[in-house]
Design a protein around this ligand. Structure first.
Ligand code: TYM
Length: 335
């Protein structure tokens, strides 16, 4: 990626913890695809981040391949973009260590996700979980990214990445570009279908709460039909109608229709009709992804070759920044 026209650099990653949900798709992946047209983009499977939850090794390897296939299946072109696996580029872990020394314990302790996860998994509050945002900062700063497309839940992690970069630049001289989050107007926080006050999450134990982007059409239909709504029986976007609001957001993300258009379309109709149309729109949206996935996942050789090419390109860029950072902090360089 020579960047002769100085296009903005975009980077984002996703953990291979399980098949992405509609939340991951509308909050992040769909924007990755849109941004990949006009920017110099890097997209990675964040397998090092996934280690914080101690996945079974063979399962992690399989899920990493599946997530890599999904990135190709949503239409990211691995020739125009750099699509890689985080652990294939050792510079991520190396820079994370350097950045650890420029991150205050207090600021890392304030991360909402760390606090929430520590409460949820009291038996495994490991240092990796605490350090998660610093590794994320390394992912971003290594490539001098200008924009990072993420869902709303990652905003705080982007803020700390900026703070770390800014502190490093002030102490050691200009080294890192300060990244900005790119959070879409719609879909930045897709909510659970069973509890629309909580975000849709890959780790939800209630299978009806989240839709995986590879769910079969009949499963998607069933999940939407059982989505929690309210008793007003009127399709309109309003405070206190979290379930309907969430379905309207999803429908709008799929069809591009405004909330006003959606209210007109379903005027006088019941929630049953609406839920069915939302489900059908989701099924149509995901059909090509699912078809592409079947094709990619059965070709391990192609996946491994594409990932190796991606890593080689990423490595070149990453090492440039890592070298600069090492020099700035006073490490004795061997070349
Ligand atoms: P992960 O795998 O948990 O989530 C991937 C992306 O999905 C977004 N997301 C959502 N968006 C809308 N509604 C939801 N319900 C929803 N749930 C998840 C997340 O905001 C995220 O953008 N820490 C990152 C992975 C990462 C990363 C990075 C991201 C590692 N290094 C560097 C950006 C830059 C994460 O949470 O992934």
């Amino acid at each position: 990626m020579s960047n002769p026209e100085k296009k903005p650099i975009v980077l984002s990653c996703i953990q291979p913890t399980s098949i992405p949900t509609l939340g991951n798709y509308f909050g992040a992946l769909k924007n990755w695809k849109l941004m990949s047209k006009d920017n110099d983009c890097l997209f990675a499977v964040a397998d090092l981040h996934a280690l914080t939850v101690h996945p079974e090794p063979a399962k992690l390897r399989q899920q990493t391949l599946e997530m890599y296939s999904i990135l190709l299946s949503i239409g990211l072109d691995p020739v125009k973009n750099i699509v890689f696996i985080q652990s294939h580029v050792p510079a991520h872990a190396e820079l994370a260590w350097i950045l650890n020394c420029y991150t205050q314990f207090g600021e890392a302790s304030r991360m909402t996700q760390f606090k929430e996860k520590s409460i949820k998994h009291t038996d495994n509050v490991n240092v990796g979980l605490f350090d998660y945002p610093v590794l994320m900062a390394a992912d971003i700063l290594l490539y001098q990214a200008n924009f990072v497309p993420v869902g709303a839940d990652q905003k705080q992690h982007l803020e700390i990445a900026r703070d770390i970069a800014d502190r490093f630049n002030n102490i050691r001289g200009n080294t890192f570009t300060l990244p900005e989050p790119y959070i879409g107007k719609l879909g930045a926080k897709i909510m659970s279908l069973q509890d629309p006050t909580a975000k849709m999450s890959k780790s939800d134990t209630n299978p009806k709460a989240s839709v995986s982007i590879l769910d079969e059409p009949d499963v998607i239909m069933k999940k939407f039909k059982s989505a929690v709504t309210d008793s007003e029986a009127k399709v309109r976007y309003a405070e206190g109608k979290d379930g309907i609001n969430n379905l309207m957001v999803i429908y709008s993300c799929c069809t591009g229709k405004s909330f006003e258009d959606i209210e007109d379309e379903f005027y006088g109709k019941g929630y049953g009709d609406f839920k069915e149309c939302v489900a059908q729109a989701v099924i149509d949206e995901l059909k090509p992804v699912k078809e592409n996935f079947e094709k990619y996942i059965s070709d391990k050789e192609l996946l491994m070759k594409t990932a190796a090419d991606g890593a080689e390109k990423a490595l070149r860029l990453a090492n440039r920044t890592l070298y600069k950072a090492k020099k700035k902090v006073g490490l004795l360089l061997d070349r």
